[in-house]
Design a protein around this ligand. Sequence first.
Ligand SMILES: Cc1ncc(COP(=O)(O)O)c(C=O)c1O
Length: 381
Amino acid sequence: MSNSDLRPETVAAHALRAVDEATGAVVPPIYTSTTYARDENYKPKLKENYVRNGNPTLWQAEDTIAALEQGTGALLFASGMAAITTLTETIPHGAHVVAPDVMYYGTRDWLKRLETLGRISLTLFDPRRPGALAAALQKGRTDLVWIETPLNPTWDVIDIEAAATASHAAGAILAVDATATAAVTTRPLLLGADIVFHSATKYLNGHSDVLAGVLVTRELNQRWSDVAMLRTKMGSPLPPLESWLLMRGLRTVFVRFRQCSANALAIARHFEKHPKIERVLYPGLSSHPEHAVAARQMTDGYGGMMSILVKGSFDDAKRLCTRLKVIVPATSLGGVESLAEHRKSVEGPASPVPDNLVRLSIGIEHADDLIADLEQALSGL
Ligand SMILES: Cc1ncc(COP(=O)(O)O)c(C=O)c1O
């Protein structure tokens, strides 16, 4: 059976090939060497002979992620932001970029910086307004459409297929930040996206102990060669130890993600009509404004990410986080342990995120313990 016949759960569990051909080891080896000897004809044994250009541990992790996303190539970086900033280096000087106005604030800040420097022109669209993405495009001028779905931290859902059609009609490529869907429930490349991005720090690794980012491409083209070249020149590949740790996490991504999804759905339903909560933002709820798109596009659960709008002020929302005893008040997401964060405190006063929003990354604990923890924290507000 070739890898292409295998289901994604099997590909992930084996990290492509569970048994090392040289030794029979069932766990992939870690190649920590920074350099590789040449043979008697002065030829390198591998396609690369210096660690910054690539190495076998990195390649195994990359090939596994490319197979999960059904892409033709993947490149791992030392962080999610390293992947994003490398991709934006490929935008021609002065070209136009389109992105949602609510999104991971690190990406938005970076795009705004490029705009301030005169490197790009930028249009931020309202993802809740139908047709806003298409209206933001400038035919022949827009180079890159960057979307995130579901959007961090409001968890609005963007229709990838529609975004791809509109982007391509304008001559732009579509890149999708799919961090919240973990290469489990949505496959953006099959819906027409050109590039998929993950902060692999989140679900792909899943244990809050590795910083990593990945880009996956639908086509091996000039832009992709440029991204690979830039990663080497800017010096940001994921090192071997981190690549190996990421692969260890990746092997359980399906079971983790499904448990996170089941827990999150139970919590969202429990708190949807809670007297101390104004709204629960979760794409799995039928009350979510883009639930129909989510149901079509998220085929294996709605993930573990949600936000709650507490009935109260900036300070009340912040106080909720400090009152939690099981859920940890910390940033980041996609780990096995549940985390809570008051986003406005992190993003600052200029952020469009509501003052009373608390972001929850739901982990794999027992859902009843998480519900009880949120109940006791809310009771003190
Ligand atoms: C949706 C999303 N995209 C990108 C990033 C940036 O990734 P990293 O922190 O791995 O650099 C994050 C980090 O929180 C994120 O949540």
